[in-house]
Design a protein around this ligand. Structure first.
Ligand code: MN
Length: 278
């Protein structure tokens, strides 16, 4: 078995090294990861410039490759031939913060795993649910050990085609982790605020700031599992089609050409619920 290890925090991130070291106990490992932090970089395909790859030595003398592309570029580079051997599994992480609910399309950690699925290779994204106010060095060892056990289980059963796993691990000692729950995406509550400032030349610029997002710890969701001390495993697919909405839209007459009704809401309760929770 040959495992590709990548991440979105950059090739020198300690979470990647911890994950790679556990994977080396199971399989041959290649590392190809971004040369800088791409957290929140989303699913990227770099088309407008060439991509460079250089060899690097990580701590403990581990050999790795670093690219100036996004996490998803790194996976594409490896699977399209930069790594000549056949890759059986792509693992991404360990990200220092959880990737839950709507985070998955922002997350470089998760979108790296999505890229693998595009090339028909199974993939798992690993993130650690660290408290937002955590200070100092993180201990990735318990999460890396859990990652190894999850990879062992996955390799025994094989993932269905087109499915990736989004794994989030509580930041606790192993003895305080209660087990694994298979979950669905929960509801992230973003608390972003736009901060407008003025640059030294008098022009406006913007930061998307605000408080760290929270989430609704509903039972059965990724948030719920972490809140009750379990590892959350959410199976994801790239088919984002909203099937119930497809049915609804088919009941509409798409040839109507009447004037727009005044003061008519453009969306139904779902979006209103969404904004009420902010
Ligand atoms: Mn990250």
């Amino acid at each position: 078995m040959h495992i590709l290890v990548t991440n979105d925090d950059g090739v020198t991130a300690p979470g990647l090294l911890a994950l790679a070291e556990e994977m080396r106990q199971l399989a041959e490992v290649s590392i190809l990861a971004p040369d800088r932090n791409w957290s929140g970089g989303g699913h990227v395909k770099t088309l407008d410039r060439p991509l460079r790859i250089r060899e690097v030595q990580l701590m403990d003398g581990v050999h790795a490759f670093a690219s100036d592309g996004a996490p998803s570029d790194c996976v594409a580079l490896a699977l399209l031939g930069f790594i000549p051997e056949k890759i059986d599994l792509v693992v991404s992480g360990i990200n220092p913060n959880a990737n839950l609910g709507h985070d998955v399309t922002y997350s470089g950690t998760v979108t790296a795993a999505m890229e693998a699925v595009i090339w028909s290779i199974p993939a798992i994204a690993f993130s650690l649910d660290t408290q937002e106010n955590h200070l100092g060095k993180l201990d990735y060892a318990p999460a890396a050990q859990i990652a190894r056990k999850i990879v062992q289980t996955v390799s025994k059963h094989r993932l269905p085609a087109g499915i990736l796993l989004n794994v989030n691990i509580p930041y606790r000692p192993l003895t305080e982790i209660k087990g694994v729950q298979i979950t669905r995406q929960g509801m992230r509550v973003y608390r972003d605020r736009l901060d407008q400032r003025v640059d030294p030349r008098g022009r406006a610029y913007f930061w998307i700031g605000g408080d760290a997002p929270t989430g609704i710890p509903e039972k059965g969701t990724d948030f719920g599992a972490l809140a009750s001390g379990y590892v959350s495993i959410t199976p994801l697919q790239l088919d984002l089609t909203a099937y119930p909405a497809q049915h609804l839209l088919n009941t509409w007459n798409w040839d109507e050409s009447e004037a727009l009704p005044e003061d008519s809401p453009w969306h139904d309760e779902y979006s209103q619920v969404d904004s009420k929770m902010r």
